[in-house]
Design a protein around this ligand. Sequence first.
Ligand code: FPP
Length: 238
Amino acid sequence: MTRIPKHLAVIMDGNGRWAQKRGMPRSVGHRAGVEALRDIVRLSDSLGVQYLTVYAFSTENWKRPRSEIGILMSLLKEYVIKELDELHANNVRIRVLGDMANIPEDVRAAYVIACEKTKDNKGLVLNVALNYGSRAEITQAAKKIAQDVLQGSINYEDITEELFEQYLFTRDCPEPELLVRTSGEMRLSNFLLWQVAYSEIVVVKELWPDFNEKSLLEAIRIFQNRERRFGGIKKVEE
Ligand code: FPP
């Protein structure tokens, strides 16, 4: 309990395979994935994680069949509508990372309401990466900085890593100390490329719907046993 990551990021992978293994449609896996998410949000909050960022829908997920996109969108909406009261009561602040412009109106509205209602909460920050892609995030940051330089609100000499971070969706969030990916895939899949520069990455075999409290505690234990050097050398050698 002494070194709980302040910011935990999660790639919730494997819903489809979970369902297929059981001979069920992929939608059943996504629904089970929402249940797993619900538990992980509660546990993260009770462990004292301060920021939890979950990859809910990527800019690449639009390539999926239209019916699956529809299911994911309705689950995303259902989740935030059903959970809002409890999350708000628990002082959770909901934020969306990603470009909301292309999200169906009803889903967008549900998240706008949730973000607005919880904006002053001081507990866990739940970042829902929705229509999120890291390359798009970095590109829009570069464009906005260029625009601000042209308009004279900043000088190009002012462009530092710290300033750049303020143009990312994760502005005001510390970098994730721990990134967990389920279902054994060793990829970042365009998730938080800037932000995970020094994060510890823990890949677990379990498919996302099977990821439970025990799995999260195990991932945190692995993290706690890692030595973080940030490009430096071990303290003892120093
Ligand atoms: C990956 O499984 C998961 C997703 C594409 C989305 C994650 C979504 C949820 C957990 C449900 C909705 C989210 C929220 C925030 C309510 P996959 O379909 O890529 O699985 P596969 O790799 O086995 O095909």
